[in-house]
Design a protein around this ligand. Structure first.
Ligand code: FES
Length: 65
């Protein structure tokens, strides 16, 4: 996790894979719910897992809409 890059761009979720809020929302829209699956749909995999809280927060936001 590159905290500095993430701080500079609020849309950036995963600095290991360059996944943005839109990418996470695309996966949620397609029915993915698990952290790993949200990456898989983009043919990526979590590395440091430092973004898990952010991803799960986006999932909670999505589910509460
Ligand atoms: S920031 Fe490292 S896996 Fe997402």
């Amino acid at each position: 996790m590159d905290e500095q890059r993430k701080e500079l761009d609020p849309e950036l979720v995963c600095t290991c894979n360059d996944l943005y809020v839109d990418d996470i929302q695309d996966a949620l829209r397609l029915g993915e719910r698990e952290y790993k699956d949200i990456f898989s749909i983009h043919e990526m995999a979590p590395r440091c897992c430092g973004c898990i809280d952010h991803v799960l927060q986006l999932r909670r936001d999505w589910e509460s809409e």
